[in-house]
Design a protein around this ligand. Sequence first.
Ligand SMILES: CC(C)(COP(=O)(O)OP(=O)(O)OC[C@H]1O[C@@H](n2cnc3c(N)ncnc32)[C@H](O)[C@@H]1OP(=O)(O)O)[C@@H](O)C(=O)NCCC(=O)NCCS
Length: 191
Amino acid sequence: MLEGANIRYARPSDATSIGEVYAETWQDTYPAALPINKLARLSKDALARQWFVRIKSAQGAYRTSDAVIVATTAQGRIVAFGDCGVNRRPQYRFASEVYTLYVLPDYQQFGLGTRILGALFDHLRNYKKNTVVVWALIDNPNRHFYSGLGGEIIGEYKTTHWGSAVTEVGYGWHNLKEWLSENDEALRIKR
Ligand SMILES: CC(C)(COP(=O)(O)OP(=O)(O)OC[C@H]1O[C@@H](n2cnc3c(N)ncnc32)[C@H](O)[C@@H]1OP(=O)(O)O)[C@@H](O)C(=O)NCCC(=O)NCCS
């Protein structure tokens, strides 16, 4: 546990910090999986602009499952985030999808990833979604985190990223209501 850490919905003013967490975590996680020169050129400014739009649209979406959730330290620094919404690959029969989950390297293994995932699941459940899928690069060893939290491998998906062929592995949860009831209340986001 990280003493004093807080899980909350993102605000548009968080976009710059989210862009930084995104860029730093990608550069730390994907050097073996994605082109290193492109990783090095990730623009924090461009990411901040993208996340500003994403947070605004999630906030503005009335009664939809979109959400961006952050974890902050006791001092209020954003060190992790994740987002979710509708399932983008309807050939897989899941109601919703977690699109991202990134924890800064120095803050990994303190329970923040679990708490954000739990908060995203709680949010989805509040919008009547009971099934969810997460896709992770097959070359990302961190994907085993999802099986530890009950995700079942549901298949592989071949696609391209930055022009490189990549394979993603899907992890599915078939009953969020049950998952939430079996997991600590503390996972749930404070409203
Ligand atoms: C993967 C990630 C989200 C996990 O979040 P975290 O805050 O570090 O993990 P937690 O502290 O919540 O760990 C919870 C449990 O998962 C396990 N776990 C954590 N990282 C793991 C990993 N890489 N592989 C296997 N299990 C892992 C922990 O050991 C812990 O198990 P325990 O409760 O039995 O001790 C985070 O490490 C991360 O952002 N990594 C880099 C980016 C990434 O790969 N994101 C996922 C993209 S799909």
